[in-house]
Design a protein around this ligand. Structure first.
Ligand code: ADP
Ligand code: MG
Length: 174
């Protein structure tokens, strides 16, 4: 393990339903790895999931990444938004609509934060199978507000949309 960026553990949820979805997830990993004092340690399997909210769009590829970073949550969020923008996601994109890449901070250590521009843990974490399932490939942490493990949250998750695990891999040797 690279001990240089060992101080914070961040789980990032990534999704893409436009253009080459697999390439988009891989590109996002590359760009996250290039952030200062940050490294991507693990990536989940890739999941193929039905769009929620606005169904007249393509299915998503979703994955979760585990990172170590010295960046604080605010700085990290800003840089995630910059990566989304760099990859071609317009700043005024439609909420729930199709996207090249979406990067959400699911968990940042055990931190909690309830501002509109940054809510930690991510407010939809316990409601979405497409983040709980890939996160469980990596770890089963306790939700710092709900006091339940991700496995327990999956068991009571209200999401009934379709999701399947694919054979695609994003990182080797993780
Ligand atoms: P979506 O809900 O589809 O992910 P966006 O990616 O556009 O939509 O996010 C909407 C807003 O959510 C962003 O402007 C961001 O500031 C805010 N936000 C709040 N908490 C988080 C978080 N934990 N991770 C990422 N974005 C967050
Ligand atoms: Mg987002």
């Amino acid at each position: 393990m690279n001990l240089r960026h060992a101080n914070h553990t961040i789980y990032v949820g990534a999704g893409s339903n436009m253009a080459n979805r697999l390439d988009n997830l891989r590109k996002a990993i590359d760009l996250l790895n290039q952030l200062p004092r940050t490294s991507v340690k693990k990536a989940s399997a890739v999941y193929h999931s039905e769009p929620l909210g606005f169904p007249a769009q393509g299915w998503f590829y979703n994955a979760v990444f585990e990172l170590r970073s010295e960046l604080n949550p605010e700085a990290f969020l800003l840089l995630c938004k910059r990566i989304e923008c760099l990859m071609g996601r317009p700043a005024d994109h439609m909420k729930w609509g199709p996207r090249i890449i979406d990067l959400d901070i699911l968990l940042y250590d055990n931190s909690t934060c309830s501002q509109k521009h940054l809510t930690l843990p991510h407010p939809e974490l316990s409601n979405r199978k497409f983040v709980l399932l890939p996160l469980l490939d990596l770890a089963n942490p306790i939700h710092p507000l709900l006091g339940k493990t991700m496995q327990e949250l999956l068991e009571t998750c209200p999401d009934t949309s379709a999701i399947e695990r694919t054979e695609h891999t994003l990182l080797t040797g993780s």
